[in-house]
Design a protein around this ligand. Structure first.
Ligand code: TEU
Length: 538
């Protein structure tokens, strides 16, 4: 176990991705400038002053590469191009330069596990069995009875194997059949992805969020996966099996080290890996400091792949304690929401949203924040006929569309997102929940978020200080950061009075979720309103 950062000589050397907040932009839904109802790069550029005003350190943009949009960009047709719907290279270069001028880093999404079926690599690969790129994807013969080579499943439903009539073999896809998996055992494939990374790094991007990085290697013996004894009706069909041969394979770590080496050619760049696995396994993706800078920690969202983490003080304190200790020398990180998960305000309850935001931004580690959460956006309402997400079929709901609805900029037409009918419906609450209305209200969610980021950015203790939780009331999660910061969160609906005098006698209130005026407080009888969170200096 390493020492807390602030006690080590490296303290001064903390890097931008350790100090700064990462803000995720789903480009289809942030701002449309071209009038086609889909967001674009020029739209993002026009909102850079807003983004800078949030006090964030970096934007991560979900895929902007050419794509048939079977999975809305997570099916990449060209790793070194820009989807015309999103704009041009000129737009991208301008966005990057202006973001950098405002002090914002830019992180791109990299999707190396699978491409689009329309990627030139796959078109070649499927053209004939002796094509030089045949082995760039995973092709297998049918079993004697014509069935797929094994029982592996696709996340979005059904078999993971798709029959190709023309060449008489199956190819493997862990997501849609339009997303064939690349064969990472082939060094040419790895080389091609590394070249794509260099292409963007040469342009000046600051890092990558790497899609399903933990799935890159597959079992070399192509063994069947065993049934999941805990599978219950109602779960996605993918969960019928235990994925011991397609997830967390040992060779994946070697591939990640090679990706990391590419980043190291460029200095202070960052790679955050998308991984859904228990915390004990998750931290193995730090490697010896030579794999992911950060493996995404989704534990504040998901308890297991099928159940959400509850807003419960004990549950969350236990998992933060466990995770903070497990990280060791690795830099921690926390996520509350993204384009695949229901909005946290809907998950945790409206009344808890500010306390959850306060917690995310005061725990030890890099926070990743999802667009719109700063104004309190909730799950959208998607009428059946407007469902877009291909995953929706298997989950019998609107899938991931509710968390992908357009950013709510103002109370006008289409919430200021687009002059045309947006690709997904605007949330019905947009007339009150929007940026313009909240700019005007000093106590709005937006201004609360800004006050919080300002506080965080001005405090070494909050950015890099050690974390220690305090044992207290069952509805309270309280923790110290560094030497001088105390955070107290009331998870319940009752007013509480706590005696925290063992920590210090007096404290200064720096920020409350209720945005009351800063003042001195007596820690012997600290009053907490229902669902309130406090940041105090001691
Ligand atoms: O997500 C991987 C993943 O595991 C999700 O599909 C998740 O299981 C699902 O959204 C239900 O919560 C990544 C991307 O984030 C996602 O948008 C892509 O669809 C997927 O990979 C395939 O690229």
């Amino acid at each position: 176990m390493t020492q807390p950062l602030e006690q080590t000589p490296q303290r001064q050397k903390t890097l931008w991705w350790q100090r700064g907040i990462i803000y995720q932009i789903y480009p289809r839904s942030f701002q449309d400038s071209s009038g086609d109802g889909v967001g674009d790069l020029e739209g993002i550029r026009s909102r850079l002053p807003y983004l800078a005003s949030l006090g964030i350190g970096a934007i991560w943009i979900s895929p902007i590469y050419p794509s048939p949009m079977a999975d809305f960009g997570y099916d990449v047709a060209d790793y070194s191009g820009i989807e015309p719907m999103f704009g041009t290279f000129q737009d991208f270069d301008k966005l990057l330069a202006e973001a950098h001028a405002l002090g914002l880093k830019v992180v791109l999404d990299l999707v190396p596990n699978h491409s689009s079926e329309m990627n030139a690599w796959f078109l070649e690969s499927r053209s004939s069995r002796d094509n030089p790129k045949r082995d760039w994807y995973i092709w297998k013969d049918a079993t004697p009875d014509g069935g797929p080579p094994n029982n592996w499943l696709a996340w979005f439903g059904g078999s993971g194997w798709e029959w190709d009539e023309k060449t008489g073999q199956y190819y493997f896809h862990q997501f849609l059949k339009e997303q064939p998996d690349l064969n990472w055992r082939n060094p040419e494939v790895r080389g091609a992805i590394f070249e794509a990374m260099r292409f963007w790094l040469n342009k000046g991007v600051d890092g990558f969020r790497v899609d399903v990085i933990w799935l890159l290697a597959k079992d070399e013996l192509w063994r069947d996966e065993p049934p999941n004894p805990d599978y219950a009706k109602g779960q996605i069909s993918f969960n019928k099996l235990l994925h011991i041969h397609t997830q967390n394979q040992p060779d994946t770590h070697e591939y990640i080290r090679q990706m990391r080496a590419v980043l190291e050619e460029y200095g202070e760049r960052m790679m955050v890996g998308e991984i859904f696995t228990p915390l004990e396994t998750l931290v193995s993706y730090y490697g010896a400091g030579d794999e992911c800078h950060m493996p995404f920690n989704f534990s504040l969202i998901l308890k297991t792949l099928d159940s959400y983490t509850e807003w419960n003080a004990r549950v969350i304190r236990d998992l933060v304690d466990r995770y903070d200790a497990l990280c060791g020398a690795g830099w921690p990180n926390y996520v509350l929401g993204n384009h695949d998960q229901p909005r946290f305000k809907s998950r945790f309850g409206f009344e808890n949203a500010r306390a959850a935001t306060l917690m995310l931004l005061t725990l030890r580690g890099t926070p990743t924040f999802y667009y719109g959460d700063e104004i309190g956006m909730v799950n959208g309402v998607i009428p059946r006929e407007r469902i877009q997400d291909p995953f929706a079929g298997d989950v019998e709901s609107a899938g991931r569309d509710p968390e992908r609805t357009p950013m709510q900029w103002d109370g006008g037409q289409n919430a200021g997102f687009s002059s045309a009918e947006p690709w997904l419906p605007i949330n019905p609450d947009f007339q009150t929940v929007n940026v313009a209305a909240q700019e005007a209200d000093p106590h709005s969610d937006l201004n609360f978020f800004r006050a919080l980021t300002q506080l965080r950015n001005s405090s070494e203790a909050l950015m890099v200080g050690a974390y220690r939780s305090l044992e207290r009331h069952p509805d309270v999660f309280a923790y110290l950061r560094g030497k001088g910061i105390l955070v107290v969160l009331n998870f319940g609906g009752e007013t509480l009075e706590l005696d925290l005098s063992s920590v210090a006698e007096k404290a200064n209130l720096l920020l409350s979720t209720r945005m009351v005026e800063p003042r001195a407080l007596d820690l012997k009888a600290l009053r907490l309103e229902p669902h309130e969170g406090l940041v105090l200096s001691i």
